[in-house]
Unconditional design. Structure first.
Ligand SMILES: *[C@@H]1O[C@H](CO)[C@@H](O)[C@H](O)[C@H]1NC(C)=O
Ligand SMILES: *[C@@H]1O[C@H](CO)[C@@H](O)[C@H](O)[C@H]1NC(C)=O
Ligand SMILES: *[C@@H]1O[C@H](CO)[C@@H](O)[C@H](O)[C@H]1NC(C)=O
Ligand SMILES: *[C@@H]1O[C@H](CO)[C@@H](O)[C@H](O)[C@H]1NC(C)=O
Ligand SMILES: *[C@@H]1O[C@H](CO)[C@@H](O)[C@H](O)[C@H]1NC(C)=O
Ligand SMILES: *[C@@H]1O[C@H](CO)[C@@H](O)[C@H](O)[C@H]1NC(C)=O
Ligand SMILES: *[C@@H]1O[C@H](CO)[C@@H](O)[C@H](O)[C@H]1NC(C)=O
Ligand SMILES: *[C@@H]1O[C@H](CO)[C@@H](O)[C@H](O)[C@H]1NC(C)=O
Length: 305
């Protein structure tokens, strides 16, 4: 008579192995995590249903382009493009435009500590035909600012230093002929300048002798950037049942399908697509069946031996 401890131990080990192995086939059969996560849209304040090519909030980095990572804090949506932080005022999925205003301007500050230009990103973010530039000069001579239409001086305090600022909404000063030459030489002695895009429609609100308040008002209306983020690849991907994303390792578009990422579209199964649960159960039951039959075979062999 053999002691009963061996079969008991055998069945116990088999049971543990079964849990692990059959459990893992179950996980494999589940929808890919990236597919699930990138199918989610998020809301932030008044901006609803943010999806590809943006990431942020509940959308992990791999769901969007690395330069289009949004940050939602206190119901304010923000994006940082080349070191400058902007408040997102709107996202238009049809025209693929992003309306943004510089965060410092949105907070009524036209004299920020860091003077940085707004920069576009070739092949990703570009200005639209509605954008115009305003040039803001800093640290100008305190005396002798000439007056020209659509231009004005304003007081500034940066790094605890009082200074004179000057802005002009005129894109080509030369158009004002000789009356602009004084201004051109005055502005040449300002230490810094930045170009800030504004909407052409907002420019109309500035009077010919504008105030600092008027300037801030139009800056707060923001401007548009149009994005180009492999939109046709994304459409192909979505049409095949996938979710659009971006692989930062390969720096390429990625199409996340139910059973894993693909380059551009999800493979279409040749037979009628089975429901997710039906697809799952055979692998689970065949796994269990395999263990039981192996167990029974061994048990029978042991007994006959
Ligand atoms: C915007 O378009 C993207 C890409 O086609 C899509 O993933 C997202 O769901 C759309 N968002 C809304 C609010 O329609
Ligand atoms: C203000 O000070 C900071 C820190 O020293 C410096 O980086 C920045 O350029 C200064 N700003 C201006 C406009 O001089
Ligand atoms: C960016 O936009 C400008 C005008 O809006 C256009 O002339 C230019 O071709 C665009 N550049 C790219 C790379 O699309
Ligand atoms: C505004 O200025 C930027 C930077 O100098 C430039 O790239 C852009 O084309 C300008 N936009 C317009 C509408 O002139
Ligand atoms: C600015 O205006 C002057 C005079 O009208 C013109 O000769 C010049 O080409 C313009 N410059 C630009 C950059 O448009
Ligand atoms: C911003 O861009 C303008 C025009 O391109 C340039 O003259 C100016 O020096 C730039 N300012 C900064 C702070 O980089
Ligand atoms: C990116 O591509 C690499 C190489 O193909 C792969 O190992 C990685 O899992 C991919 N990452 C994502 C987020 O798809
Ligand atoms: C578009 O896709 C190509 C190939 O996947 C990639 O190299 C490129 O960086 C993508 N561009 C953008 C703006 O996502």
């Amino acid at each position: 008579m053999q002691p009963r401890v061996f079969p008991a131990m055998y069945w116990f080990i088999t049971f543990i192995a079964m849990i692990f192995l059959c459990g893992s086939t179950l996980v494999f059969a589940n929808d890919d995590e990236k597919y699930v996560n990138c199918g989610k849209l998020f809301d932030c304040g008044d901006i609803k249903g943010v999806g590809y090519p943006f990431s942020g909030s509940n959308r992990p980095d791999y769901c969007g382009h690395p330069e289009l990572k949004l940050d939602c804090s206190d119901q304010d949506l923000e994006i940082t493009i080349q070191k400058v932080t902007y408040k997102v005022l709107g996202i238009n999925n049809q025209s693929r435009t992003l309306r943004i205003a510089r965060k410092d301007h949105a907070e009524n500050n036209i004299c920020p500590t860091l003077l940085l230009n707004t920069t576009w990103i070739p092949n990703l973010l570009n200005y639209t035909s509605d954008d115009r530039n305003i040039t803001i000069h800093y640290d100008c001579p305190a005396q002798g600012a000439p007056t020209l239409p659509f231009s004005s001086e304003f007081p500034c305090n940066i790094n605890s230093t009082e200074m004179t600022g000057y802005f002009t909404a005129v894109s080509n000063l030369s158009e004002f002929g000789s009356s602009a030459s004084n201004l051109i030489s005055y502005l040449a002695s300002c230490k810094d300048s930045i170009e800030v895009p504004v909407l052409q429609s907002a420019l109309a609100k500035i009077s010919s002798t504008p105030t600092e308040t008027q300037l801030l008002e139009i800056l707060k209306e923001g401007f548009d950037f149009v994005w180009t983020a492999n939109d046709s690849l994304c459409e192909t991907c979505k049409a095949s049942g996938g979710q659009c994303g971006y692989n930062q390792t390969t720096a390429a578009f990625s199409c996340y399908c139910k059973d894993g990422p693909q380059e551009s579209s999800c493979p279409q199964s040749p037979t009628a697509a089975p429901s997710p649960t039906a697809a799952k159960s055979p692998s689970m039951s065949s796994c269990l069946l395999l263990f039981f039959s192996a167990g029974v075979t061994l048990e029978v062999n042991r007994k006959t031996a």
